[in-house]
Design a protein around this ligand. Sequence first.
Ligand SMILES: Nc1ncnc2c1ncn2[C@@H]1O[C@H](COP(=O)(O)OP(=O)(O)OP(=O)(O)O)[C@@H](O)[C@H]1O
Ligand SMILES: [Mg+2]
Length: 276
Amino acid sequence: MDQSQTSSVGVNATAAASSAANAPLALRGDSLVKRFGAVTALDGVSLTLGKGEILGILGDNGAGKSTLVKILTGFHQQTSGTLHIDGEETLLRSVDHARSLGIECVYQDLALANSLSIYHNMFLNREIVRRGPFRLLDHKQMRERAAQCLDDIGVHVPSVDLPVERLSGGQRQAIAVARAVNSNAKILLLDEPLAAMGAREAGLIIDLLMRLKEKGGLSIIMIMHNYAQTLGIADRIMLMQRGRVTYEQQSALTSVAELMDIVQREYRAMRASSAQ
Ligand SMILES: Nc1ncnc2c1ncn2[C@@H]1O[C@H](COP(=O)(O)OP(=O)(O)OP(=O)(O)O)[C@@H](O)[C@H]1O
Ligand SMILES: [Mg+2]
């Protein structure tokens, strides 16, 4: 991977900007601030995402991870700061606007319609309709394309006619990821894709992400809690604490021990300052 595309936080922002001039990054955020009334959820976050890169975001509860992803997906608008998508400064007005630019998100609380079939879910809000005056849904084509898409990315289900509620948590996550991929996403945002999953189900998603990475072309940001899993999947990690990015490194150049050490040092500093 081109190292010049992956530099990012704070002092490296200028380097990221100059590399973006030559080869646009998939995404760049500068000094993003998000306030909810008196709460500052993001306190000046800068980040970059190279094309084809997987960026893992780590951090405690309430660190601002989901808020950042919701800004990148057009769900929230930042209070201040700028976003560049594919080299163009862009103010994301809505989730639909972000989607039109190839940004898809699999949210922490999955947005699947449980009573609908797998193939219906795969085409939710972008159903294929037959030609003609009545605009009837083309079930045959949606079924075939859903089955093909799942097959392509190695997700095995007994039938795409099954309602989603009959699937396991891991399979549901896989369908949500498949749906996002199926939409020709260029940037995929995953908010805790492995949350509440057993080892086998988490393995399914990890395999899927690794296959997507091998296929290339897709840039991914994923929020995770497990350091070891994240270092195993992501090219680069970013640690968020209290609305800021406190550490950022290529996965190959850090370790679980180093990350734990940074987090513990931070706690000790916080305890010491609150005791004064
Ligand atoms: N819609 C909202 N209105 C008010 N405050 C919010 C809103 N969304 C998030 N916050 C606050 O912003 C801060 C960051 O929340 P966020 O959900 O981004 O954290 P997170 O890092 O995703 O945490 P977790 O790991 O628990 O999912 C928290 O203090 C939270 O209470
Ligand atoms: Mg969250």
